[in-house]
Design a binder for this molecule. Structure first.
Ligand code: FAD
Ligand code: NAD
Length: 471
């Protein structure tokens, strides 16, 4: 069988990149098909990534706070128990609601949703092995590769998602492990370490580099974050590389090598989380049938308009260059449809925020202090601690700070780095300021409501352009 009509756009992958492109193209009046093999839309982000992890982070924080942070607020609680099955059910409810919502949006925008695995037959025809059995072919004038990414495995340590897990196992463990070692102190490692540590697991994070947080996190902020997470009970081994693992015994063991001095040792735990990054996913896509090129890291090579070397085949999201973030995929998805339809589009890669949803949250946009130093770009720094912010004080939640970096001559904002309550929401203001080329004085002269955490943002801008009032 084959789909009756040629489509204006065939999208392979129904993750954030794919489904957003599908909706946008539908809105633009294009005939669209979106092929997804998972059985549900939303990709990694909605099914096993952003959304389920944030449900677990939110509810584990609530649990931890009820256990440890109520007495000083004059709240006395009795017997507090965690029901892990229901804790997971709450996550599943959020996921299902959102993935169903996306399905509705595709329908509303006239997109044909094909459930199955797509692969290139030639430059215009995609064969789909349907989830329900059988096969169909769909032909597109334009084709968008949006097949996303998968967890990078650790060589020699087979993933079973029970004792040796990726983030996918970490969001659905059936019992609370006593001990866990996390390989990789990047964002996935720290978010998942937070969830299980709050539920009672003794977690050790092993990181190869000298700082946690993965690429892009400001070193000063990374150090403060590590201190706060340590206070919550997490252990860290930095400058330490896991070299091999063995899961044949009762515990999973890992041999680690100190990258800078120190001596090698063996760690053991009930569960090991492998969180050493993600890699582009192009398996089974039949790229060899069209001679498509990948770079040395397996990413589909594209130009600035998301075109592969075959101009009507384009590519966006995790499977190509840039940070592996849902909102980056979403921006690209809108832009790529605009390029196809109108010939122009826009994504500002210098202005993509990052948020780590630990407690407190860590968020940043623009350049970090070490990046500016490395490029020999002059800068001025201003900071403001939440301990001097009235709302943080009333909330008894004063850990963290806002840090701004600005051009010393023009005062133009170069970067914002926040660790603190609600940093992930507050970074939107920094992103808007950066996008509009604001000076820190512009921000300092903008009236902010009192008492809000956002006043710390304004005062950091005051500290950068002249002086803060409350510190
Ligand atoms: P994906 O979401 O991976 O979607 C690709 C889809 O294509 C998949 O559903 C796959 O089944 C499908 N597919 C692949 N090949 C085929 C084929 N041949 N035929 C049919 N279908 C195919 N990002 C954030 O911005 N914020 C967060 O808080 C955040 N949290 C995360 C937490 C975790 C645990 C993880 C793992 C990731 C997180 N991310 C987060 C990253 C985010 O999930 C990704 O950046 C985002 O999902 C990328 O979207 P995508 O559409 O490019 O790829
Ligand atoms: P990452 O690249 O952020 O971090 C991986 C870390 O593992 C690095 O710090 C690296 O130095 C370390 N590492 C690698 N090999 C090691 C070894 N052998 N021993 C010890 N340490 C080792 O990758 P991630 O945390 O797996 O996340 C993958 C992607 O998913 C990222 O691009 C991230 O942005 C995205 N993500 C985003 C969010 C969010 O936005 N909140 C949440 C989760 C995931």
């Amino acid at each position: 069988a084959s789909s009756s009509e040629e489509k204006d756009l065939v999208i392979i992958g129904g993750g954030v990149a794919g489904y957003v492109a599908a909706i946008k193209a539908g809105q633009e009046g294009m005939k669209v098909a979106c092929i997804e093999k998972r059985g549900t839309l939303g990709g990694t982000c909605l099914n096993v990534g952003c959304i389920p992890s944030k449900s677990l982070l939110n509810n584990s924080h609530l649990y931890h706070q009820i256990l440890h942070d109520t007495k000083n607020r004059g709240i006395e609680v009795g017997d507090v128990k965690l029901n892990l099955a229901n804790f997971m059910k709450a996550k599943d409810t959020a996921v299902t609601g959102l993935t169903k919502g996306v399905e509705f949006l595709l329908k509303k925008n006239g997109v044909e949703y094909i459930k199955g695995a797509g692969s290139f037959v030639n430059e215009n025809d995609i064969k789909v092995a349907l989830n329900d059995g059988g096969e169909t072919t769909v032909r597109g004038k334009n084709i968008l590769i949006a097949t996303g990414s998968e967890a990078t495995p650790f060589p020699g340590l087979e993933i079973d998602e029970k004792r040796v897990i990726t983030s996918t196992g970490a969001i659905s463990l059936e019992k609370i492990p006593e001990t866990m070692v996390v390989i990789g102190g990047g964002i996935i490692g720290l978010e998942m370490a937070s969830v299980w540590s709050r539920l009672g697991t003794k977690v050790t994070v092993v990181e190869f580099l000298s700082q946690i947080g993965g690429p892009g996190m400001d070193t000063e902020i990374a150090k403060s974050t590590q201190k706060l997470l340590k206070k919550q009970g997490m252990d860290f081994k930095l400058n330490t590389k896991v070299v091999s693992g063995d899961k044949s015994g009762d515990k999973v063991t890992l041999d680690v090598d100190a990258a800078k001095g120190g001596k090698p040792e063996t760690l053991s735990a009930d569960v090991v989380l492998v969180a050493i990054g993600r890699r582009p996913y192009t398996q089974g896509l039949g790229l060899e049938n069209i001679g498509m090129e990948l770079d040395e890291r397996g990413r589909v090579i594209i130009d600035s308009e998301y075109r592969t070397k075959i101009p009507h085949i384009r590519c966006v999201g995790d499977v190509t260059f840039g940070p592996m973030l849902a909102h980056k995929a979403e921006e690209e998805a809108v832009a790529v449809v605009e390029y196809i339809k109108k010939g122009y589009g826009h994504v500002n890669y210098g202005c993509i925020p990052s948020v780590m949803y630990t407690y407190p949250e860590v968020a940043w946009v623009g350049q970090s202090e070490q990046e500016l130093k490395n490029q020999k770009i002059p800068y001025r720094v201003g900071t403001f601690p939440f301990s001097a912010n009235s709302r943080a004080k009333t909330n008894l939640d004063t850990d963290g700070l806002v840090k701004m970096l600005a051009d010393p001559e023009t005062d133009r904002l170069l970067g914002v780095h926040i660790i603190g309550p609600n940093a992930g929401e507050m970074i939107a203001e920094g992103t808007l300021a950066l996008e509009y080329g604001a000076s820190t004085e512009d921000i300092a002269r903008t009236c902010h409501a009192h008492p809000t955490l956002a006043e710390a943002f304004k005062e950091a801008a005051m500290a950068t352009s002249s002086k803060a009032i409350h510190f």
